[in-house]
Design a protein around this ligand. Structure first.
Ligand code: ADP
Length: 477
């Protein structure tokens, strides 16, 4: 099956409706993380290709923005239907290049399709307002317009959903774009762009540049005055570099960056639900998600049974259920954090051993008694590793949770409503899950505060990132 999927894909750049090789004919080798073997080669864009893609996006901008919102919505509805109809093929391709199990890949396709449907619905609900000037003498019309050509940079961990979460609102708002997916996962992006061609998205509206030369290619685009917007999902390190690059042209930016998400379990929690939620929050996508729980803060009265149950649940999972990590470097980084914590005196209660053999597998791992200065508690682990810390009072938990430069997501398990209200105001993150391990939903504004990012994706807020406001004063006669 997957061989057929690849043999009929155009393994090239999509520029102005044409599938092209890179200007210097270089290619990217794509590997399957479950085997470490090559699965395909795709075009490796250089700076000239990026400029050609932006040329196309600029030419397509005015006619695309002029299209009635209902027609843009209809195209998004067709994209949604097309993605659902081709769900199995998308599932296979995602699974092939990320290594994630079929069930998780399928869940991603459904999640990704949800953004296309949501923004199809939002496309016809872009509103401004009209008001009388408070001092009299004029009417004020406040209107919303597409920002213009966008650069969308996406990561490998959700290679389809991170694309539709940006492409959906950009299309709905009336923007054209250049999409640069992660070099590890170009195939899903190619399959998606081909679908958009099949549903007759006008040429030049969506251009695709796959590349290993992200710094040069992205640098070229950031320096181009015609670019109006950058939307990035990835690490805080790269986000910071891109913000610096965007400063030169005062580019509009949206940044979905890293997190150090606490998962807090209070004594009054429902233990079954807390354990279920913890497994979801830690092991979805093998912990390779920016919303993954990075550290577990457990109140002293429930710490022993919670830890015991979590160990049982993690130990029952096999490599087949979980899949491999994305690559050798990612696995080495996670393992290094575990080894470092152990060297500092943390207790390894499960996993922590680098497996032999092919593929980038890593076992579910749990550590207790982790010293407060271990980097494991401060850096994104991005792997199946759960450090558990114990706290005594709610105030302690809140202080520990907020002791981070990041502010993406937090989770808390409790049955006390007053406490929930206090946490809602007290936890410094953009998202808070109560008695759940899953936060992502197309209808909800996803994003972080502090060094976790700028802007929101999804919800009614998601489209704002691609709109700009104009105001007109009309003197009253
Ligand atoms: P991750 O650790 O998840 O791979 P990165 O931030 O490295 O996160 O990657 C996210 C996206 O940013 C990918 O598409 C990657 O190719 C791109 N990227 C990485 N480095 C740069 C860079 N210097 N300039 C522009 N884009 C980059």
């Amino acid at each position: 099956h997957s061989h057929d999927d690849l043999s009929c894909l155009p393994l090239r750049l999509l520029i102005d409706g044409d599938w092209r090789d890179a200007a210097d004919n270089r290619r990217i080798t794509v590997e399957n993380p479950a085997t470490g073997k090559e699965i395909a080669q795709v075009a490796d864009a250089h700076a000239a290709d990026a400029t050609a893609a932006l040329d196309a996006a600029c030419r397509a901008q005015a006619p695309w923005a002029a299209l009635p919102p209902r027609q843009r919505a209809d195209l998004l509805h067709r994209a949604y239907e097309g993605l659902c109809a081709d769900r199995d093929r998308f599932t296979r391709v995602i699974s092939l290049e990320t290594g994630k199990p079929q069930a998780e890949a399928q869940a991603e396709v459904d999640y990704a399709a949800g953004f296309l449907r949501w923004f199809a619905e939002e496309a016809v609900r872009i509103h401004g307002r009209e008001q009388q000037a408070p001092g009299g003498g004029s009417r004020q019309i406040i209107s919303r317009w597409p920002v213009g050509p966008c650069l969308l940079i996406t990561p490998w961990n959700f290679p389809l959903a991170m694309i539709t979460r940006k492409v959906g609102p950009a299309l709905a708002a009336g923007c054209t774009m250049v999409l640069k997916p992660a070099e590890q996962t170009p195939l899903t992006a190619i399959l998606f762009c081909r679908l958009m061609q099949e549903i007759a998205l006008p040429q030049g509206v969506l251009n695709l540049i796959t590349t290993t030369r992200a710094d040069i290619v992205v640098g070229t685009l950031l320096a181009d005055k015609r670019l109006r917007k950058l939307s990035f999902t990835g690490s805080t390190r790269v986000g910071r570099l891109l913000l610096a690059g965007a400063a030169a042209s005062i580019l509009r930016t949206s940044m979905e960056l890293g997190g150090n998400n606490p998962f807090i379990v209070f004594d009054d929690a429902d233990l079954d639900r807390a354990v279920d939620s913890a497994v979801q929050a830690k092991l979805r996508n093998l912990g390779q998600a920016c919303t993954a729980a990075n550290r577990f803060l457990v109140q002293d009265g429930i710490a022993a049974p919670f830890t015991e149950r979590l160990v049982q649940r993690f130990a029952a999972l096999s490599a087949d259920n979980l899949g491999p990590m994305i690559g050798a470097a990612a696995r080495a980084n996670t393992h290094g954090l575990v080894q470092d914590a152990a060297a500092r005196g943390a207790r390894l209660v499960l996993g922590g051993k680098m497996p032999a053999g092919h593929g980038y597998y890593y076992p579910p791992t749990i550590l207790t008694q982790v010293p407060a200065d271990a980097p494991l508690l401060h850096q994104e682990i991005f792997g199946p590793v759960a450090p558990i810390q114990i706290f005594t009072t709610e105030a302690d938990a809140l202080a520990m949770a907020n002791d981070s430069g990041y502010g993406l997501a937090a989770y808390a398990c409790t049955r006390d409503l007053d406490r929930v209200i206090r946490l809602q105001g007290g936890v410094e993150t953009g998202m808070l899950g109560i008695n759940t391990g899953i936060l992502s939903d197309p209808a909800a504004p996803f994003g972080g505060i502090k060094q976790s990012g700028l802007g929101r994706e999804g919800g009614t807020e998601g489209i704002d990132e691609y709109l700009t406001t104009r105001y007109t004063a009309i003197a009253t006669p």
